[in-house]
Design a binder for this molecule. Sequence first.
Ligand SMILES: [Zn+2]
Length: 96
Amino acid sequence: MKQILCKSCKQWSTDEFNCEHCGNLLNEHIIREEKYIAKHGIQKPKPPGKLAVFFEKTRNSKNPFVRLLYYIVMGIWGIYVGLVVFMLYLAIAASA
Ligand SMILES: [Zn+2]
């Protein structure tokens, strides 16, 4: 079985994530992750962007006109994406 030397209490542990003697973190990946979080603040899960928050607010708005506006904008966006995909398809079909 794989054993890891604990840097904290200098004893061998069979648990590869936490020292079975003192509970110290042993996994290098987790240690690095914890250091990163301590340094940069908690970034996981990523906070939603301003646009995502705006969309969420609009979608859940009590004002029916705001909600209607949201669905119109999303509809236009859907059509736009559909058009782009269609154009790409045409471009590929034309060049083939
Ligand atoms: Zn230990």
